[in-house]
Design a protein around this ligand. Structure first.
Ligand SMILES: Cc1ncc(COP(=O)(O)O)c(C=O)c1O
Length: 453
């Protein structure tokens, strides 16, 4: 039996009515990727206010690895709501914060012994990781990567690469931030190919230390082990290890931003686990909270303990409901072996998407790690011009036909998969049938466009 069920054209009348109120009451800067409003959700399914049922391949942008309304998460939150909601961990603490810190300390890809600080959002956690690294090293500079995304606060915008829509108009940003190319092999900044390049982009950091910023001035290098917003770029073997080694050589704190890659998305609990690289600090958020807002900085105790009482924290950081939700979500990931499921889902997608690459010139690249998979759409030509308009056509076709997808990439020409890992094979196939029909539709529009030019 099919999951997708559309009772009305999308958007339906009730969504259209709320959208008009939204336009009048919410700033334009908050984007709206689909024109529907949600009434309920479960597993990999979202039902809108018009009674239409969608398959969700976006998972609230990667926050629902355990699925919508995971029963264990819902039950933990309900029970906690009956005990107390908020006391502020800094005023009258509670055990769930400590239990979650202990859990993260034991599973995070850091050398240990570790300590964990809890916060509300990925951006807030990145900000804190930078504060901690600067305090520990007593150095000012931070190195980050092209095509990186680390958040929308001022420091994290400085670290984020994409100018539009994130940075433009919000300048100036905090200083002493330097950016170098990521290992984006499909669009290599040095026009080299792996493995002949011998990881030139990573080794080139030594040159950056001579020509741009001295190594002894650099507090931290922050990297996503797989680019998220930047287009689901998994660096080739050896890249992360080389960055780690360069940090160790120069006494630089290595921060792994696992906000999007963490909690089984890539087929391991953390993306760093694939290479065995241990970071000094690891930032997590998104799927940590199982659907509730929560983020963490986990890292070597010697670094984490460097700043004095009162220097870290926040009113709601590690809220009791979010801690209980996170403990339940991690338990679900482990007991349901969602890492293995992520690998299966990734393979299921790749099997199909590699056929698309053969059949549609529009599909330039199929890539990713585990269930963190994407396709990059391009026009013909040696520079692989980004097919951003076709991605818009495809995502629109998909939501109009019952599948919710989000895009990525500096040029907005990547379609990424962040489905709940509890999606069934039948649901996955049903969703991919719609994506395939959407590709046929977008390719047709591309041919029309080429004909018109
Ligand atoms: C890798 C990465 N870091 C940080 C962030 C910021 O997280 P938040 O939106 O929770 O502030 C994101 C969000 O997409 C992300 O993907």
């Amino acid at each position: 039996m099919k999951t997708i069920h559309l009772k009305t054209p999308v958007p339906g009348p009730r969504s259209v009515e709320i959208a008009a109120r939204r336009a009048a009451s919410v700033p334009r800067g908050v984007s709206q990727l689909t024109p529907i409003f949600v009434s309920r959700s479960e597993g990999a399914v979202i039902e809108d206010v018009d009674g239409n049922r969608f398959l969700d391949l976006a998972g609230g942008i990667g926050c629902l690895n355990v699925g919508h309304c995971d029963p264990a998460v819902v039950s933990a939150v309900q029970q906690q709501a009956g005990r107390f909601l908020h006391t502020c961990f800094m005023v009258t603490p509670y055990e769930s914060y400590v239990r979650l810190a202990e859990k993260l300390n034991s599973i995070a890809p850091c050398e240990g012994p570790n300590k964990t600080l809890l916060l509300n959002s990925g951006a807030e956690a990145v900000e804190n990781a930078i504060k901690i690294a600067r305090a520990y090293t007593r150095r000012p500079a931070v190195l980050c990567f092209e095509d990186a995304f680390h958040g929308r606060t001022m420091m994290t915008l400085a670290l984020t690469s994409k100018t539009h829509p994130y940075k433009s108009g919000f300048e100036p940003f905090p200083g002493d931030v330097y950016r170098v190319p990521y290992a984006y092999c499909y669009r290599c900044s040095y026009s080299l190919s792996y493995p002949e390049c011998a990881l030139h982009c990573a080794h080139h950091l030594e040159d950056t230390f001579k020509r741009v910023v001295a190594a002894e001035s650099v507090a931290a290098i922050i990297a996503e082990p797989v680019l998220g917003e930047g287009g689901f770029v998994a660096p080739p073997p050896g890249w992360l290890e080389t960055i780690r080694e360069i940090c160790s050589r120069h006494g630089i704190v290595f921060i792994a931003d696992e906000v999007q890659t963490g909690f089984a998305r890539t087929g391991r609990m953390f993306a760093c686990d694939h290479s065995g690289v241990r970071a000094d600090l690891v930032v997590t958020a998104k799927s940590l909270g199982g659907g509730l807002p929560l983020a963490a900085v986990t890292g070597r105790a010697a670094i984490m303990d460097h700043t004095g009482p009162g220097s870290l924290g926040g009113t709601f950081g590690g809220n009791s409901l979010a801690c209980e939700a996170a403990l339940a979500a991690i338990e679900t990931i482990e007991s349901h072996n969602l890492c293995r499921r992520a690998v299966e889902l990734g393979e299921r997608f790749r099997h199909r998407a590699l056929r698309w690459k053969n059949d549609f010139p529009l599909v330039g690249d199929v890539r990713g790690l585990g269930a963190m998979q994407a396709i990059e759409l391009v026009h013909a030509g040696p520079s692989r011009p980004p097919a951003s308009e076709e991605v818009r056509i495809l995502t629109r076709y998909c939501y109009e036909n019952g599948v919710i997808l989000v895009t990525a990439g500096t040029y907005g020409n990547v379609v990424r998969l962040l489905m709940p890992l509890v999606i069934s094979d039948a649901q996955m196939d049903e969703a991919l049938d719609v994506v395939e029909a959407g590709l046929v539709h977008a390719a047709h529009r591309q041919r029309e466009h080429a004909g018109a030019v």
